[in-house]
Ligand binder design. Structure first.
Ligand SMILES: *[C@@H]1O[C@H](CO)[C@@H](O)[C@H](O)[C@H]1NC(C)=O
Ligand SMILES: *[C@@H]1O[C@H](CO)[C@@H](O)[C@H](O)[C@H]1NC(C)=O
Ligand SMILES: *[C@@H]1O[C@H](CO)[C@@H](O)[C@H](O)[C@H]1NC(C)=O
Ligand SMILES: *[C@@H]1O[C@H](CO)[C@@H](O)[C@H](O)[C@H]1NC(C)=O
Ligand SMILES: *[C@@H]1O[C@H](CO)[C@@H](O)[C@H](O)[C@H]1NC(C)=O
Length: 397
């Protein structure tokens, strides 16, 4: 392990002292080129899309037995759903959250959103309210005050993209091979593009039009290339090409971050010319792997970082990852493992965004601690685990 890690970090070049390592746009006309742009960041998950795992206490008191937002809003109705969700949109992420992240060199925010904030799909139970107002406020602040880059992620799509709460609702797979769902998805894309186009700094945004598309209903394949079938991959490519045409119609300089399920980046090369303004998004989690422990996590991370580099056709980015291992978690190794991830993904890909900015869960993990000890970036900052992260990591391994 040591040799691999040392070889990896030996070739890293340290950035000179700047407030953040991103190369973010500062004028209305400067867009990022993901082939040169780099930075690291966090996800603002659980803000503009809801998941039962992210804020356990809030969920059990407000959502009670509901498995997802869809089932809650079906039970209590849209007005009641709004009474629960509007305060969440207003208070969960605030400008001081962004200040805290900026003070610790976070330069990229990946913001998962529910499609219901962009379109009103007939029959959908997902809540449409004032999400855009809150997103505008935070995104303007992050981009103009701190020079951050924002990845706007359509985390769910009409019909459901993966059978999970995050794809629309548990048990929903209706996005696949349904041209009506595709058409409504593209309307959501148009709405996101309009939002970007109307921002003070449109070049500070990347569009991510889909998240973890999975059509294999055998969940044991989730997280592996087998999670998406060949027919599913062709449907997905059809969507991504339609998205690229929509982007061309607004401003072709807006990059499209393509979350290609759990396929290796090389898999996608054959579907494209290589000229598209695409950055591939890979997701890496270690909690499902029984043989990953806090002690050996850097080895798993390094292997994933290398395999995420791709064949050079498109730049790549690690849009989600965390440091909970499947076995023997150790609180004392969190700082080292975080630094290993930020550094390794920064070396082999264009950077990463940790899942998640906040996490509240007392659920025990194998080994020491509870879930929130391993999933909350804000807590890592408060506990000093990220102090001097870029400068000091060589001495930590
Ligand atoms: C920042 O981006 C600009 C425009 O793409 C590029 O010319 C420049 O080399 C980049 N700088 C760094 C430090 O990556
Ligand atoms: C939740 O509880 C309510 C009332 O007790 C019940 O009507 C509903 O079916 C339950 N929903 C689920 C998803 O279990
Ligand atoms: C296709 O998707 C639309 C929108 O989600 C939905 O209303 C419709 O029922 C779906 N059609 C089929 C055949 O599943
Ligand atoms: C961990 O287990 C997986 C199978 O679950 C296997 O593919 C992988 O090679 C193992 N990794 C190591 C480093 O032992
Ligand atoms: C932020 O990055 C700068 C430059 O690499 C470094 O000097 C500083 O220690 C970092 N601060 C934190 C809190 O990570």
């Amino acid at each position: 392990m040591h040799l691999l890690i040392l070889a990896l970090f030996g070739v890293l070049r340290l950035p000179t002292a700047t407030a953040y390592i991103g190369n973010t746009s500062t004028t209305k006309d400067s867009f990022v080129n993901w082939r040169t742009f780099t930075g690291h960041g966090v996800n603002l998950g659980g803000w503009l899309e809801q998941e039962s795992t992210i804020s356990r206490q809030w969920w059990t008191t407000t959502f009670q037995n509901a498995t997802d937002e869809w089932s809650l809003c079906s039970q209590i109705g849209s007005a009641q759903c709004g009474a629960i969700l509007e305060p969440r949109f207003k208070t969960y992420i605030k400008t001081d959250t962004i200040d805290l992240l900026a003070s610790h060199n976070v330069s990229i925010l990946r913001i998962p959103t529910s499609y219901a904030m962009w379109i009103s799909l007939p029959g959908s139970k997902l809540y449409s309210g004032n999400q855009k107002t809150y997103l505008r406020h935070i995104a303007e602040y992050a981009t103009t005050t701190h020079g951050m880059h924002v990845i706007l992620d359509l985390h769910s799509l009409p019909g459901g993209t993966n059978g999970l709460d995050i794809g629309e609702a548990v048990g929903h797979w209706g996005w696949w091979h349904n041209s009506t769902a595709m058409e409504w998805s593209l309307r959501a894309v148009d709405a996101v593009l309009e939002f970007i186009d109307q921002a003070s700094l449109p070049g500070s945004y990347t569009l991510s039009p889909i998240n973890e598309p999975v059509d294999n209903r055998d969940f044991s394949t989730f997280g592996s290339p087998a999670a998406l079938s060949e027919a599913g991959a062709r449907w997905l490519v059809k969507y991504i090409k339609a998205v690229l045409r929509r982007v061309q119609g607004v401003d072709g300089r807006i990059p499209v971050m393509f979350q290609g399920s759990f396929k290796e980046p090389e898999y996608w090369t054959k579907f494209f010319t290589g000229d598209e303004n695409i950055v591939l998004d890979l997701h890496h989690y270690y909690y499902p792997l029984a043989n990953a422990t806090a002690a050996n996590l850097p080895r798993f991370i390094c292997e994933d970082a290398k395999s995420s580099a791709g064949d050079g056709t498109f730049p790549t980015f690690v849009g989600e990852w965390s440091i909970e291992a499947g076995g023997a978690n150790e609180l004392a190794l969190r700082g080292r493992n975080l630094r290993a991830g930020i550094a390794a993904f920064g070396r082999f890909t264009r950077g990463s965004s940790f899942w998640n900015v906040k996490f509240q869960s007392e659920e025990v993990t194998p080994g020491e601690g509870v879930k929130e000890d391993y999933w909350s970036y804000e807590e890592f900052i408060r506990q000093g685990l990220l102090e001097g992260e870029i400068r000091d990591y060589r001495s930590l391994i």
